[in-house]
Design a protein around this ligand. Structure first.
Ligand code: 9MR
Length: 410
């Protein structure tokens, strides 16, 4: 009896020690980031050796479930896709079963839609009526429709992936910049044409637009924290964003949500809310998209949950629009830490949704598998693609709330 009790006590003591050492490692997460580029770089990462092994049971019942089922009462689950996956059933089968929202990773950005030769050749008729073309997304839109996958459109207005020739008199790269008035007309025309064409060709399929992407960068000296290294800012002025949302509201069908989308939102929450205030007052915005390019050493609470709660309190819908969680090196321990981070993130966001603290509509993973990711060196996604097979990583099990992945942050 006593021996039995002693045995129980020592198991208990071991557990206490593990928990104590885990909580002692917490807090490294908040070590400062730099905000260059779109990704968050950390100076401190948790030590992989502190991660206990968490084997997956075999067979694992989770294998027969899907992400969109697990979160069906809470939010959509999205994926960003490049052109080129259609026809590869190993990819499309998984996309169909797991996701109910998709974003084109690059194909709905202005540089993919605007047609320079036709713009230049059509002058003067095209001077304020640029030529656009959406043919490249045709088959994907059909795939999305056939499989009940709603589309979030990324992005109408951005300083990047928008050709410089779009801002010049003759649509040439080195041409003279047009006036503010002309650029406002081009902006109106671009938004009108794109939104109208999307609705005409694919009625009801796009459920939200990123109207403006990454326009706020408080480090650049603008009084309202607007990014200054942007041709939109340079040619139109800081109010280009208000006009973009005004036009988007004018042409988007009722019920289609209009989003402002940005990275590192937790480092500029106040500035984002301030810059969006007039747009909100005019009734021209519905939500804020938080990109979510983070690393295993970021705190979910600080980097994701806190700004999402604040945006919700200010009356916005919220989406995590470009989630990927990077690791510095692809070791088993790091992959496990990544799985834990995915688990904690999805868990915290779902709980906050259920408590009414975060009005979240969708979490989109920015890509399907690691080697196709823009951060491929950091293996940030839920799948690997090897020898023609799509393999679910521990990260997928974490996002699925598989109990074999610990729901703690190190
Ligand atoms: O993932 C996209 C990558 O394929 C492109 O090369 C890159 C070019 O700008 O854009 C990436 O997507 C970006 C997104 O549109 C906006 N937020 C940051 C994303 C990663 O750079």
């Amino acid at each position: 009896m006593l021996r039995k009790f002693g045995k129980k006590l020592s198991v208990f003591m071991v557990l206490v020690l593990v928990v104590a050492s885990l909580s002692a490692c917490k807090g490294g997460d908040d070590k400062k980031n730099n905000s260059t580029g779109n990704e968050i770089t950390e100076t401190v990462t948790p030590s992989p050796t502190e991660v206990p092994a968490t084997p997956t049971p075999s067979p694992n019942p989770i294998d027969d479930m899907t992400l969109k089922e697990v979160y069906k009462d809470d939010f959509r689950i999205g994926v960003a896709l490049p052109i080129g996956y259609l026809g590869k059933t190993v990819l499309t089968d998984e996309i169909k079963s797991q996701f109910n929202s998709m974003t084109f990773e690059n194909s709905t950005k202005p540089d993919a839609i605007l047609r320079q030769a036709a713009c230049a050749a059509g002058l003067p008729g095209t001077y304020t009526e640029p030529v656009i073309n959406l043919d490249s997304i045709e088959s994907y839109m059909k795939f999305a429709k056939d499989n009940d996958i709603a589309v979030r459109f990324h992005t109408l207005v951005w300083h990047s992936q928008t050709p410089t020739w779009f801002f010049t008199e003759d649509y040439s790269v080195g041409g003279t910049k047009v006036s503010r008035e002309v650029m406002l007309k081009r902006l109106e025309s671009y938004i009108r044409q794109v939104v109208t064409l999307v609705e005409e060709k694919y009625p009801g399929q796009v459920y939200c637009y990123d109207v403006v992407n990454e326009a706020i960068d408080p480090g650049q000296g603008d009084a309202n924290g607007m990014r200054k290294n942007s041709l939109w800012y340079e040619v139109i002025g800081p109010d280009f964003m208000e006009y973009a949302f005004k036009y988007a509201r004018q042409y988007a069908p009722e019920g289609v949500d209009l989003y402002y989308n940005d990275y590192n939102c937790y480092l500029k929450t106040t500035q984002i809310l301030k810059a969006l205030e007039p747009i909100k007052e005019a009734g021209n915005i519905d939500g804020i998209g938080m990109q979510g390019h983070i690393s295993i050493s970021n705190s979910v609470e600080r980097a994701i949950k806190a700004p999402a709660v604040e945006f919700t309190a200010a009356g916005y819908k919220v989406q995590i629009t470009e989630l990927d969680i990077g690791i510095s090196e692809e070791s088993d321990a790091n992959l496990e830490l990544q799985a834990m981070k995915y688990r904690v993130l999805f868990k915290k966001i779902r709980e906050a949704k259920q408590e009414g603290k975060i009005n979240i509509d969708c979490i989109t993973i920015w890509g399907l598998y690691d080697s196709a990711s823009w951060r491929q060196d950091e293996s940030p996604l839920l799948y690997q693609y090897r020898a023609g097979k799509l393999i679910r990583k521990r990260a997928w099990y974490g996002a699925m709330q598989d109990p074999s992945v610990k729901a703690i942050e190190l």
